[in-house]
Design a protein around this ligand. Structure first.
Ligand SMILES: NC(=O)c1ccc[n+]([C@@H]2O[C@H](COP(=O)([O-])OP(=O)(O)OC[C@H]3O[C@@H](n4cnc5c(N)ncnc54)[C@H](OP(=O)(O)O)[C@@H]3O)[C@@H](O)[C@H]2O)c1
Length: 346
């Protein structure tokens, strides 16, 4: 058993694009199991590379999200084995999904959105953070609850070939919608139409997104599921149908840059069209995670969800692996496994 706690710390705040020098590797003692009420000590098994972690590396802002203090481990959604617990409902030996950090051992605490949840038996650690993890659950609640998706409507998804987007697009098909995805590059677009079975894909790197949306959605967009923001969100706003819903899931176009996103235009269309635009966090639905997992499992068993995972290994590679999210080189849900127990199911 290891006697050191490997850590990746935030050394400095990124100036624009992420840089290797923004991170510092350190070996620290394993934290004590002398815990305060509500805390648990965990051995991390794997991490989800979540794009919003890049926002957490910025200074504190008015945006409601947390800011990682300089010199502290990088906060990250993770799956872990509990080694000691002072939290109600969680005991040593349990497997949890929660907001952890880039280190072998971490003390997790907190209620609300930061509350760790148990991984159901029968699902291994990687499935708990990947196939049935935060991104597919985000897509599930975002499309069905926030987007109030209805059969026969037209759904457009940005970031459609990614982890969250590809699930949202395929749930749209399961619910009987016409689905159009927006993604970067011919190969991602071909995967969406050929393998995921959506109706059409727009390559934002080589096509005029607004013109293609207008062509493919002559009666307008009923639900726009947005992972990107910026000019892609603007193109959707300009093409929304009356009574449409815009699901603000993410704004990845503005995460890994020092530039401030431009303001949105044509907002009167939302007023005259009675169009709803709403942000949300997956964690808002923690009480319903089991419902999402059960539905995702059933759709997977029926061959209705094409899931793509980009699994990387090696604690030492965490910063490099994470940066793949921002140049589009990740092929599906980007996970980093740091422990051999990742396939354990209970
Ligand atoms: N609200 C929530 O609770 C919640 C939860 C999970 C995720 N999210 C959000 O969902 C979005 C997707 O996250 P994910 O984890 O599923 O990642 P992902 O989509 O699997 O990977 C990120 C993808 O974003 C695209 N991208 C990167 N930079 C871009 C840019 N400047 N313009 C357009 N596209 C860009 C790239 O795809 P291309 O090759 O197609 O460009 C990249 O592969 C993020 O915005 C994230 O913050 C929100």
């Amino acid at each position: 058993m290891s006697t050191v706690n490997r850590q990746w710390l935030l050394k400095r705040r990124p100036a624009g694009h992420l840089n290797e020098g923004d991170f510092e590797y350190r070996e620290a003692p394993i934290p004590s199991d002398d815990l305060k009420p509500g805390e648990i000590l965990v051995r991390n098994v794997g991490f989800l590379c979540a794009p919003t972690m890049r926002n957490w590396m910025d200074p504190p802002s008015k945006s409601l999200y947390p800011s990682i203090p300089l010199g502290q481990p990088i906060m990250a959604p993770g799956v872990a084995r509990v080694t000691a617990s002072q939290a109600d409902g969680i005991k040593a030996g349990d497997r949890v999904l929660g907001l952890s950090s880039w280190q072998d051992y971490a003390v997790l605490s907190g209620g609300g959105l930061r509350r760790p949840t148990l991984i159901p038996d029968g699902i291994d650690f990687l499935e708990g953070i990947g196939r049935y993890g935060l991104n597919p659950m985000t897509a599930y609640f975002g499309l069905l609850d926030v987007g109030a998706a209805v059969s026969g409507e037209t759904l457009v998804v940005s970031g459609a070939a990614g982890s969250t987007g590809s699930t949202a697009a395929q749930i749209g098909k399961i619910k009987g919608m016409k689905v159009i995805g927006i993604a970067g590059g011919k190969s991602k677009c071909a995967w969406l139409t050929n393998e995921c079975g959506i109706d059409a894909a727009i390559d934002y790197k080589s096509e005029d997104v607004a013109a293609r949306i207008a062509q493919l959605c002559p009666a307008g967009i009923d639900v726009f599921y947005d992972n990107v923001g910026g000019e892609i969100l603007q193109a959707a706003i300009d093409n929304m149908a009356p009574k449409g819903r815009i699901v603000l899931c993410g704004q990845i176009a503005s995460y890994d840059t020092a530039e401030t996103a431009e303001g949105l235009r044509n907002m009167m269309r939302l007023i005259y069209g009675s169009i709803r635009m709403q942000g949300f966090l997956c964690g808002n639905y923690a009480d319903r995670f089991n419902e999402a997992v059960n539905n995702l499992k059933a759709w997977t068993a029926a061959g209705k969800i094409n899931y793509r995972e980009d699994l990387r290994t090696g604690f030492e590679n965490l910063p490099k692996s994470f940066s793949a999210l921002f140049d589009g080189s990740n092929a599906g849900t980007l996970l980093v496994q740091i422990d051999d127990s990742a396939k354990e199911t209970r």
